[in-house]
Design a binder for this molecule. Structure first.
Ligand SMILES: *Cc1c(COP(=O)(O)O)cnc(C)c1O
Length: 358
C-alpha cells in the first residue's frame, strides 16, 4: 500500500509536479482582467478599460490583481522570491482551500493530516468533497512519520503539517518535515502560522530542494493584523503560478494591500519577546496550580493545559471575564483548555481566577 511513497530521492521535475495537479486546473484558461491585458508600456491618462467610475474617491480603481509590490516586500521580509508567493485576502484559510482546489479531484483524491490539528483543513476537505485521513500524533504529541506515510495511497495529494501545531502548541523538526517531503509523493503543506514564537527554522528554506513543500504564513498572529485577513503561501514558482490562476482575480483589496505594505517593516520583536516571557511565567504558574493536571510545552503564543473539570473551569473563567478555548471535546485533547498568552494584566487576571477556584 505504501510502495508509491518510497520513490527514489531526487529533486521533483516540473513534470512530476504537474502530475499532481487536477486535469481541469491544468487545462484552465485563467480569467484575464482588464489590467492584465495592458502591458504597462505606455503612460495612460484616461483609464477606459475596466468600466470603473472615473471619479476619484480613493477607491474607484481596481487594485493590482497580482499584488506585485506586496509580493516583493513579502519575499524581502519573510524569505523566498516574489514568484514563490501567493497572497490570500481571506487569510491563510484561502490558501488552504486553494490547495484542495488545485490538487484534489473531488470524490477521488484524499488528504492526510495529523490529529489533533487546525480544524480548517478538515472543513475545507469536506467542502471540496475530498476524503480527509487523520493520523493521531504519538503520546506527547510527537510526529509519527511512518504512520503518516502508512496512511497514504496513490490518491493522496496533500499532507497537512501544522508546526507549531494548533492546538497542541509544539513544533516538529525540519528534519522530519524534509523526510515527509522526500518520501510522500504528494504535496506537504507546512502551516507556520505561529512560526514567530517558535525559534525554529522555517520550512521556506526547504522549498528549493523539496519542490512539493508549500509553506503557509499569516499576518494574523505575531504580526498583529488579524482584522486585515491576509495570509501567504510560499511554493516553488510553478505551483505558485497555479495559485495565481485559481484565486479570485482581485482577491486582496487595495486598502489592504497598502496597509500591509505600510506595516510590513513594523517591529513586532518587542511584542513577541514579551509574549515569550509571559508564556514562560504562565507555564510555571499553571504548573503550580493543583487544578492543572498537565501543561504541554509551547512553541506558540498559546498554552494547552489539562484540567480535571475543563467545562466547569471554562464556564467559571468566562463568568470572570476571561475567555479561553475549550478543547475538551477535540479527540486527543480531552480535558484541555487552550489559553492564548495575553498582556501581563490579562494573564494576571487569568491566574488570579484560577488561584481562587473553589
Ligand atoms: C490562526 C491560524 C491560521 C491563520 O489563519 P488566517 O486565516 O490567516 O487568519 C492559520 N493556521 C493556523 C494553524 C492557525 O491557528
Amino acid at each position: 500500500m505504501t510502495t508509491t511513497n518510497n520513490s527514489a530521492a531526487h529533486k521533483l521535475t516540473d513534470g512530476d509536479l504537474l502530475k499532481l495537479i487536477r486535469p481541469n486546473i491544468l487545462a484552465l484558461e485563467p480569467y484575464s482582467t482588464a489590467r492584465d491585458e495592458f502591458d504597462g508600456q505606455h503612460s495612460i491618462s484616461a483609464w477606459l478599460d475596466a468600466n470603473e467610475s472615473p471619479y476619484d474617491n480613493g477607491l474607484n480603481r481596481y487594485p493590482d490583481p497580482h499584488q506585485r509590490e506586496l509580493k516583493k516586500l513579502i519575499a524581502e521580509n519573510f524569505g523566498g522570491r516574489p514568484e514563490m508567493v501567493f497572497i490570500g485576502g481571506a487569510g491563510s484559510d484561502e490558501a488552504i482551500d486553494l490547495c484542495y482546489r488545485i490538487f484534489c479531484r473531488p470524490g477521488i483524491d484524499n488528504a492526510i493530516a495529523i490529529s489533533p490539528t487546525y480544524g480548517v483543513y478538515g472543513v475545507a476537505a469536506q467542502i471540496n468533497d475530498v476524503e480527509y485521513r487523520q493520523v493521531a500524533l504519538n503520546p506527547g504529541y510527537t510526529l509519527s512519520v511512518e504512520a503518516l506515510l502508512e496512511a497514504a495511497d496513490e490518491n493522496s495529494r496533500l499532507m497537512w503539517i501544522c508546526s507549531p501545531n494548533n492546538p497542541t502548541a509544539n513544533s516538529f523538526s525540519l528534519d522530519s518535515i524534509a523526510e515527509l517531503a522526500e518520501r510522500f509523493h504528494g504535496i506537504v503543506v507546512v502551516d507556520e502560522a505561529y512560526f514567530d514564537f517558535s525559534g525554529q527554522p522555517s520550512a521556506i528554506e526547504l522549498i528549493e530542494k523539496y519542490r512539493n513543500i508549500i509553506v503557509l504564513r499569516t499576518f494574523s498572529k505575531a504580526r498583529g493584523l488579524a482584522s486585515l485577513r491576509v495570509g501567504m503561501a510560499f511554493a516553488t514558482p510553478l505551483v505558485a503560478r497555479y495559485f495565481a490562476m485559481v484565486k479570485y482575480p482581485y482577491n486582496v483589496n487595495g486598502p489592504t494591500q497598502q496597509e500591509i505594505a505600510r506595516r510590513i517593516t513594523d517591529d513586532v520583536a518587542t511584542h513577541v519577546a514579551e509574549i515569550l516571557n509571559e508564556r514562560k511565567k504562565l507555564v510555571a504558574a499553571l504548573n503550580n496550580l493543583p487544578l492543572v493536571k498537565e501543561v504541554f510545552p509551547s512553541d506558540a503564543n498559546f498554552i494547552l493545559a489539562r484540567f480535571d473539570d475543563p467545562d466547569e473551569i471554562y464556564d467559571y473563567l468566562s463568568g470572570g471575564g476571561v475567555l479561553v478555548r475549550n478543547r475538551n471535546r477535540v479527540a486527543g485533547c480531552e480535558g484541555c483548555l487552550r489559553i492564548t498568552v495575553g498582556t501581563p494584566a490579562e494573564n494576571t487576571l487569568l491566574l488570579k481566577l484560577l488561584t481562587e477556584w473553589k
